[in-house]
Design a protein around this ligand. Structure first.
Ligand SMILES: [Zn+2]
Length: 388
């Protein structure tokens, strides 16, 4: 059912580890995957640029040009070449050896999402002798699972631009045009420890943090007024994730740290949410005589939305007979949106298997994904509808 070459390339990509991890000892280079893809796309008639992002990390930009000299723009098929780490003892097969069982192809990155690149190669092979009027651009990024450094570098250098972008993240073939952002934040309160028998001897960091928590809870209530009904959870959320402070019941707590996340809706700006929170926490230092640090724990990533009336959204909806919705996970879409590219997220994997032991891709999802890729390449590149 799957062509031997597609199966072989899926297996080869699975066999090349490209784990991204915020812990340096587990972080790996993605260059072997990028080199392999560059090789395959060059053979398929693409001009390939390997763009270094950091030591051992690179993006691939592969372009098959259009014949129309006026044709700028083009269709972009994008994805990330890295995977998350894996739990060795929870996998039932070697995560780097593609294994077929019960109509499923198991392997790390199968669904999320190295497998997507092999499918693109299978689709473009059908157009080997067909000239394109508008370009087809394939982008494979690094570090999507950690810092999004690959997508950020593309945006900063204005590389890999096109008119429309399909991101092959696992959506089980359902089109999505919006997702929330995520911000991971921390508040650290430094008071003064002392003997608990006399509260005046110290400054209690837990007391001050209690005030921080109540104000954040009020903020969370106010966030619920902002609604986007396409999301299963239709409002921006705030979760109090962990709190650490103090060491003994008979000491005044001198240090307390809280971490929380906020998941903004499209249209909400991360920096202005941070400014709101900073404003909200005003006065607590003076009230409790403590010092307070509020800062992002990571840079965070933005929400993204492509309008429902985008011609790209409507084309894909028409081909699939399905309305584009929202996904609950973050992607590189904000970096493409920042360059005014209409972005749809759609891939053959399922997010339920992503970041899990025994990650797999269902074989029955491969043919419909190939059909869609063929239709998009034909319409946008061969017929040239992706021209600017
Ligand atoms: Zn992914």
């Amino acid at each position: 059912m799957i062509k031997p070459r597609l199966r072989q390339q899926l297996a080869e990509l699975t066999a090349l580890p490209s784990i991204s991890c915020t812990m340096a000892e587990q972080d790996m280079s993605n260059v072997p995957v990028i080199d392999t893809l560059a090789n395959w796309f060059e053979t398929a008639g693409f001009a390939c640029e390997i763009m270094p992002v950091a030591p051992g990390k690179a993006n691939l930009i592969a372009v098959r040009a259009g014949t129309d000299p006026q044709a700028r723009g083009g269709l972009v098929l994008a994805g990330h070449s890295d995977t998350v780490p894996f739990d060795q003892n929870l996998w039932h097969n070697d995560p780097f050896k593609m294994t077929e069982r019960d109509g499923k192809l198991y392997g790390l990155g199968m669904a999320d999402m190295k497998g997507f690149f092999a499918l693109i190669l299978d689709a473009v092979a059908n157009y080997a002798k067909t000239p394109f009027r508008a370009p087809l651009i394939v982008i494979a990024t690094c570090d999507e699972e950690t810092s999004m450094a690959g997508a950020r570098a593309l945006m900063e250098q204005s590389k890999g631009q096109g008119r429309f972008v399909l991101i092959g993240e696992p959506t089980n073939l359902k089109p999505a045009r919006l997702h929330k952002g995520v911000m991971l934040e921390r508040v650290v309160i430094t008071g003064k420890s002392g003997h608990s028998s006399d509260p005046e001897l110290g400054r209690n960091a837990i007391d001050a943090m209690h005030e921080v928590v109540s104000r954040l809870q009020q903020f969370r209530t106010s966030l619920k007024k902002i609604q986007q009904p396409l999301f299963p959870v239709p409002y921006p959320t705030l979760n109090l994730g962990c709190i650490h402070g103090g060491d003994n019941p008979n000491r005044i707590c001198g240090l307390c740290e809280l971490q929380f996340d906020v998941r903004p809706l499209p249209g909400m700006d991360i920096e202005s949410i941070r400014a709101d929170i900073r404003q909200l926490l005003n006065g607590i230092e003076q009230q409790f005589g403590v010092s307070m640090l509020y800062e992002p724990a990571t840079a965070g990533s933005g929400a993204a939305e492509t309008p429902a009336d985008s011609p790209f959204v409507q084309k894909i909806e028409g081909l699939l007979g399905e309305t584009a919705g929202a996904v609950s996970f973050g992607t590189e879409a904000p970096y493409f949106r920042a360059q005014n590219m209409d972005t749809v997220i759609l891939g053959p994997g399922n997010i339920e298997q992503a970041h899990q032991p025994d990650e797999y891709l269902e074989i029955k999802n491969i043919s419909p994904m190939l059909l869609l890729l063929n239709q998009l390449i034909h319409y946008y590149c061969v017929q040239g509808h992706a021209r600017l």
